[in-house]
Design a protein around this ligand. Sequence first.
Ligand SMILES: Cc1cc2nc3c(=O)[nH]c(=O)nc-3n(C[C@H](O)[C@H](O)[C@H](O)COP(=O)(O)OP(=O)(O)OC[C@H]3O[C@@H](n4cnc5c(N)ncnc54)[C@H](O)[C@@H]3O)c2cc1C
Length: 394
Amino acid sequence: MASEHRHDVLIIGGGNGGISAAAHLQRRGCRDIALIDPVERHVYKPLQHYVGTGIARDRELTRSQASLMPAGVDRHRTTAVEIDPVQRTVRCADGTVLRAADIVLAPGMRIDWEQLPGATRAIADGTAVSTFVVEELERTRERLEAFDGGRALFHVHDQPASGLETAFKPLFIACDLWRSTGVLERTEVVLVHEGARLHRVDAIEREIRRHLDDYGVDARLGTRLVGIEGDIAELDGPAGRTRERADLIQLHPPYAAAAVIADSGLDGPTTGGFAAVDPETLRHPEHPRIWAIGDGADLGDARTGGALRKQVKVVVENIRRSRAGLALERYDGYTVAPIATSRRSLSFGEYDRALRVRRSLPVPDEIRSSPLWHVLDRFGLPQAYWHRILRGRL
Ligand SMILES: Cc1cc2nc3c(=O)[nH]c(=O)nc-3n(C[C@H](O)[C@H](O)[C@H](O)COP(=O)(O)OP(=O)(O)OC[C@H]3O[C@@H](n4cnc5c(N)ncnc54)[C@H](O)[C@@H]3O)c2cc1C
């Protein structure tokens, strides 16, 4: 018979959002927290682009999940397969059933290559690489470093994605590397960008454009990569469908929601399988004791660790407030756009739901690319992540 465990707060997913929520809840006095997550290694995703382009080492990328779990949190090393939002019970793949007063959904999102025909074969035969795929980082670095000229295609789509804007990082870092070795002169760099604009925030768009022009990148806006066949990329853009040969393709993987959300009826008619949520209170619209944060929630483009830093605090506070019958706090859609513009420089855009530029650093302009923001992103934030964010101290 399945064992049943009762808890005060149950968190589904032990990534950036889940572990920091557990740590924050504990610091706020919650003594009975359970967390479900199957993984053994925890990845600090922002470093992936740096490992995949040779700027950071593989060993900096991961830590054991057990070492990051706040002491006293009851961790279940399994997968949630079905949630009953009325009874607030969760059935897991190993047969465990958990019940809780409040449930926080933080299952992130998963790469779904099925949405891009030919992608897995192109990766297997070496035409395509991706700094978004942990298992492909070493090969990506080797291919970028060994690239000797030709046509290099960099892909940025406009679908729900984790760390969307960071998809520009491999493009600019590769251009800078190739410029230093003379390879850029004999390379046609093409950006295949699905969105009609490079960014919704004018100042960030201008900064991206400035660097694309500087490297001589052929930016194709409003253009979708619809499939890959050998070394041919099939594009759909303003001029209709075209087939273009490429010597190297950096892919931006398509993403999908964790199946448990839709399987439990916690998505909505327009959320594409992601958790339905009030974007301000982070509460499910129909189930007031179900909450959602991070990449797995339908919160627009705010799928970043920077956004989670705010969301986690709001959700932890709102669990307390809803229990006390108080008005809920509101999340303003704050998110970040850290875009490396070379191997040693970075533009650090911050903005909110209303596309207002925000600033948390004490400087007049964070969007203008600077070596200082590179140092922050490459060295400061990883340390802050392991020692402060995941510990509920930031
Ligand atoms: C390559 C890359 C670079 C990025 N760079 C930046 C950056 O520079 N700055 C920034 O702010 N953000 C960046 N991001 C975005 C940031 O990493 C994510 O927004 C953040 O990790 C999302 O956290 P999460 O907790 O929602 O999901 P995740 O961290 O993905 O964690 C989800 C967890 O849920 C678990 N899970 C899934 N399904 C289930 C289930 N059914 N049951 C139990 N557990 C489950 C998974 O195993 C996983 O551990 C980047 C993302 C990527 C991919």
